[in-house]
Design a protein around this ligand. Structure first.
Ligand code: AHM
Ligand code: MG
Length: 327
């Protein structure tokens, strides 16, 4: 094998041993989830589970299976103090007395799971914070700002299984090689072009959007003769992992803003499982991430299931959108 493996890559980035082992455990969990997703229709687990998550959303059977896999594999790592999952109400404390150096792992085990029925890409998103001090386990103890993340990433379960990570030294993409079982480096130093002519938004929410988002999209749709002076393309996968993967690959902006339909909850996407990790990845790839009025990773969490307005991608375009909010 001539290509760089995940471990070789992390060694070259001088990641410390504990972080390297944790990243490898996460990669193992993602490989196992990929396998279950791939066999989902045959195993008959694509449908709804008979449960709702804490946010009142119907869980898919694979949401539950993926969460169990993540808990079993990553939760067994002796440096993990807590697992915080989109699918689980309470923080899953793995240590009674977390110490400095231990990790908190935030994750969405199967993001975009409404796409399972139609065999489109889904993924697993994760974020890692390392404790600087010993702490007492409590719900408040995991409410840590995104700027404290030391690593983040996602696995994408598409035509191939990919793993995209950052440990704070840029963003690198790996592809699972079934023959060896390894994730091999296939897209080193991913970088988002600063400008774009492509946006991603669920346009069926047009009537719910705030004025800045409406004006921005209206102006994009007016094309070369409009105020933006260029024609825009649109994409929407309804799978944040797939949309962000496209943006990391060829640029673009992704918007899931707070609107009148989700304002009561603060938005649709979750700060700690979706917005913060994707925000870190995008910024590490020279893009930008914003709520419209400020940097996502600066949002002070008040609950681990908190939701937030998300605008991220090509940095000059994100700045343009912030300009619409500022008007
Ligand atoms: P989920 O975590 O319940 O799967 O929800 C998050 C997903 C994102 O992947 C995607 O961007 C968004 O929800 C799609 O929402 P919508 O169906 O409103 O377009
Ligand atoms: Mg999700």
């Amino acid at each position: 094998m001539t290509q760089t493996t995940l471990r070789q890559h992390l060694q070259s980035q001088k990641a410390d041993t504990d972080l390297m082992i944790l990243m490898e455990d996460i990669a193992t969990a993602c490989r196992m989830i990929a396998d279950r997703v791939r066999h989902g229709a045959i195993a008959g687990v694509l449908g709804a589970a008979e449960t709702e998550n804490v946010q009142g959303e119907t869980q898919k059977e694979l949401d539950v299976i993926s969460d169990e896999i993540f808990q079993e594999v990553v939760g067994a790592n002796p440096t993990v103090a807590a697992l915080v999952s989109e699918e689980v109400d309470e923080v899953n404390w793995r240590k009674e007395a977390p110490q400095a150096g231990d990790f908190i792992v935030y994750y969405d085990p199967l993001d975009g799971s409404s796409n399972l029925d139609v065999n489109l890409s889904v993924g697993t998103i994760f974020s890692i914070v390392r404790l600087e001090n010993a702490i007492e386990p409590s719900a408040e103890a995991v409410q840590i700002k995104g700027t404290a993340q030391i690593a983040a990433g996602y696995a994408i379960y598409g035509p191939s299984t990919g793993l995209v990570i950052t440990v704070g030294q840029g963003v690198d993409g790996f592809t699972h090689h079934p023959g060896s079982g390894e994730f091999l480096l296939t897209s080193g130093a991913m970088s988002i072009p600063p400008q774009t002519q492509e946006f991603a938004i669920n346009a069926s929410r047009y009537d719910l959007w705030d004025a800045p988002v409406r004006s921005y999209i209206d102006d994009c749709l007016r094309g070369a003769d409009g105020p933006r002076g260029k024609k825009f393309n649109m994409r929407w996968c309804a799978s944040m992992v797939a949309d962000v993967h496209r943006i990391l690959t060829r640029g673009g902006v992704f918007l899931y803003p707070k609107d009148s339909g989700n304002a009561g909850q603060g938005g649709k996407l979750r700060l700690m499982y979706e917005a913060n990790p994707m925000g870190m990845l995008v910024e590490q790839a020279r893009g930008a991430s914003s709520t419209g009025t400020g940097r996502i990773m600066e949002v002070v969490p008040t609950g681990h299931h908190q939701r937030v307005s998300v605008i991220l991608g090509s940095r000059e375009e994100v700045a343009v959108i912030e300009g619409y909010y500022a008007k």
